[in-house]
Write a protein that binds this ligand. Structure first.
Ligand code: HGY
Ligand code: MN
Ligand code: MN
Length: 445
């Protein structure tokens, strides 16, 4: 909101909310862990729902398990201004990733209502279910559901504990048998704007308070299994082993070598039977690759498949590789990006335009219509760790820009029409993994 046109965010209130949600952490795990589908995540989401309602939003949980709060606009059925993010964390995660986008959105609602500002459009705040990769390896469960990209192939996934995604979704308040109900119709979205921490060092190094996101990298994730033979670790000669762990380890090093056009990470390795004195018989390697270049992501995928086969046959291991998800890069919509930049200037900042190396619900929401993101700095560029930090004042800056952006989007005519017209995306088509549509052509830059 402009410095002279309305109230600033109440930092005491936002800081208090951050403190409270931080208490919803798994006491047995590192950092500020609140994994999707855990009891602590469900308790935290119940608390978030109460804050939404107290701010004056009408709150529901949709079939995709998303917590959705709506503030009615003065013009009834107009497409909604949508904002929000996620409140789940990675294992050992921090207190800000996703969380400031939800709490910040609720604060914007309070700022609007307390200042008597009414919007023409409905304002919708979403706490998306499970943005971070879950035990099935799937991220963005809630936003996938909203755009019609959560299908039976996902719901029937089974986690290492033998649980199905559809059952956990039902426990989280969703309705997996009626997922179509979560899917937003064409024209429901005027624009989606997400406030988030940068999770990297660029804003801090530039001395900038606000980042305007140009686009979001593509992320392809896979699971590769190496199967050898369990043998006695003391008696089996080195040349006669079929060691699954060594095959997976070699693949992890090959993934590093192949990461020439982006970044690639082997983030998890499960080894069975898992004993000092047994040659490993099975190893699951969970890995991902990210880039703003769709073509390179495809060639990386082909190269890694060839590499896994080659390593397997040389080491006498059976191998398999399955793609858990393949999301291509998405550009922010130009008029939303420009509106964020103008809003930042209006609030007194010199914004920096930068791409997002992290994935976000915004990348999925872009299938429904215009999308943009606001970044605030991350101390030392750290994220996905307990040390993740952004000063309250910096969060407040982001909330001010979010409010200003939403107010501008409420009145601007740049979109031409409400809804999805701007970027050519078709809402609620069932789009299989690997075939998503881009917001605009070109690379993220
Ligand atoms: O993994 C990501 O990029 C995001 O933080 N979920
Ligand atoms: Mn994250
Ligand atoms: Mn996040």
């Amino acid at each position: 909101m402009s410095r002279d046109s309305g109230p600033a965010p109440d930092l005491g209130r936002v800081g208090h909310d951050l403190e409270v949600i931080s208490t919803y952490r798994d006491p047995d795990l590192l950092g500020w862990t609140r994994r999707v589908f855990s009891p602590i995540d469900m308790a935290a989401r119940a608390w978030v729902g109460e804050q939404m309602a107290a701010a004056g939003l009408t709150v529901e949980t949709d079939a995709g398990g998303n917590l959705i709060g709506r503030l009615r606009g003065t013009e009834g059925r107009r497409a909604a201004l949508v904002t929000g993010s996620h409140t789940d964390t990675v294992h050992g995660g921090g207190r800000f990733d996703g969380i400031i986008g939800v709490l910040g959105a609720i604060e914007v609602v309070r700022m609007l209502t307390e200042s008597g500002r009414e919007l023409r459009h409905d304002l919708v705040v979403v706490d998306f279910l499970g943005e971070e990769p879950n035990d099935f390896g799937l991220s963005c469960v809630g936003s996938r559901a909203i755009v019609g990209a959560l299908g039976p192939e996902h719901l029937d996934l089974v986690d290492p504990g033998g649980r199905r995604l559809r059952d956990l979704l039902a426990e989280a308040g969703g309705d997996p048998e009626n997922l179509a109900a979560a899917c937003w119709p064409q024209g429901a979205l005027r624009c989606f704007v997400e406030l988030h921490i940068e999770q990297g060092p660029r804003l801090e190094r530039a001395g900038a308070s606000i980042g305007v996101v140009s686009g979001i990298v593509g992320i392809h994730r896979f699971l590769s299994t190496f199967t050898g033979r369990p043998d006695h670790a003391g008696t089996t000669p080195m040349g006669e082993r079929r060691d699954a762990l060594l095959g997976a380890a070699e693949a992890a090093l090959r993934i590093e070598d192949l990461a020439t056009g982006g970044v690639a990470t082997a983030g998890r390795l499960d080894v069975r039977p898992g004993a000092h004195n047994v040659v490993p018989a099975e190893a699951d390697l969970w890995a991902e690759v990210r880039s703003d270049d769709t073509g390179w992501l495809g060639s990386f995928g082909r190269d890694v498949e060839v590499s896994v086969n080659e390593i397997g046959s040389r080491r006498s291991l059976a191998t398999s590789l399955s793609w858990v998800s393949r999301e291509d890069p998405v550009l922010a919509t130009s008029w939303v990006r420009d509106t964020v930049a103008r809003a930042a200037v209006e609030c007194g900042f010199e914004p920096v335009v930068l791409p997002s190396g992290a994935g976000h619900d915004a990348a999925h929401m872009a299938r429904l219509g215009p999308m943009g993101m606001i970044f605030v700095p991350s101390r030392d560029g750290r994220s996905h760790c307990p040390e993740e930090w952004t000063d309250l004042v910096q969060i407040g800056d982001g909330i001010s820009v979010l409010a200003e952006t939403l107010l501008a989007c409420d009145t601007l005519d740049e979109a031409g029409t409400d809804g999805a017209a701007d970027n050519g995306a078709r809402p609620c088509l069932r789009v299989g993994s690997g075939s998503r549509q881009r917001g605009e052509s070109g690379t993220v830059g």
